[in-house]
Design a protein around this ligand. Structure first.
Ligand code: PGA
Length: 251
């Protein structure tokens, strides 16, 4: 049984003060929810303020990025241990915005996943094709390379320690959502690839989230698909009311 996860990715939104206010409003509304894991990724500078509000709740704290080295002369970077110290348990790795605007490569993604797992934190590895790649019929090839290169040489003991997020780039922040069938098709393909890498049994326990314009109105039909185990939510997670509705789909 794969326990569903709804993860909010705030991207570059929310000061510490705003994050604390969000935590105050949101935490009581979801306090009785135990059948879905709730994960929220504030920007680095708001992690502490948000965590102080939610540390005694079931809400899990996530970072949006990390550096692959454990420490050193890397001005402006943040390590896994620094994040763990702030209460972080999950880290988004290889988001398409990092890949397209900041030159993140599959090799970099792999190094970050390795360090994250090595320190006992949970990576949320993002993959997804652009509109052009989809239109050229290249979706599966692109996903295959991202999964195989990003996970080469990676080992996991417990399948719950790795989360994959399928986020078609054309659906992120655009209001265009992949249809449930389109998403399910890619999710099943990803699970097959994970089976080749980790073995079928482990692959059947890895959670695969869908991301790209998830909102209260479309969460149900997406999450009902067999291989969709939750969502990675950007825009709609910034408002506690809409994020609450998305989380409560599972009630
Ligand atoms: P969106 O973003 O929900 O605003 O489309 C999703 C994401 O980038 O994780």
């Amino acid at each position: 049984m794969r326990k569903p996860i709804i993860a909010g990715n705030w991207k570059m939104h929310m000061t510490g003060e705003e994050a604390a206010e969000y935590g105050k409003q949101f935490a009581p509304r979801v306090k009785d929810i135990s059948d879905v894991e709730i994960v929220i990724a504030p920007p680095y500078t708001s992690l502490g303020a948000f965590f102080r509000e939610v540390s005694d709740t079931r809400i899990k704290l996530c970072a949006q990025n990390v550096h692959f080295e454990e420490k050193g002369a890397f001005t402006g970077e943040i390590s896994v241990s620094m994040l763990a110290c702030e209460g972080v348990s999950h880290i988004i790795i290889g988001h398409s915005e990092r890949r397209s605007y900041f030159g993140e490569t599959d090799e970099g993604v792999r190094a970050k996943i390795k360090t994250t797992l090595g320190k006992g934190l949970i990576p949320i590895m993002c993959v997804g094709e652009t509109l052009e790649e989809r239109e050229q019929g290249n979706t599966n090839n692109v996903i295959k390379v991202q999964i195989e290169e990003g996970l080469r040489g990676i080992e996991i003991d417990d399948p719950q320690n790795l989360i994959v997020a399928y986020e078609p780039v054309w659906a992120i922040g655009t209001g265009k959502t992949a249809s449930p069938d389109q998403a399910q098709e890619v999710h099943a393909f990803i699970r097959g690839l994970l089976g080749t890498i980790f073995g079928k049994e482990k692959a059947s326990g890895i959670r695969i989230l869908y991301g790209g314009s998830v909102k209260p109105a479309n969460v149900r039909e997406l999450m009902e698909q067999e291989d969709i185990d939750g969502g990675l939510v950007g825009g709609a997670s910034l408002d506690p009311t809409s994020f609450e509705k998305i989380v409560k789909f599972y009630e």
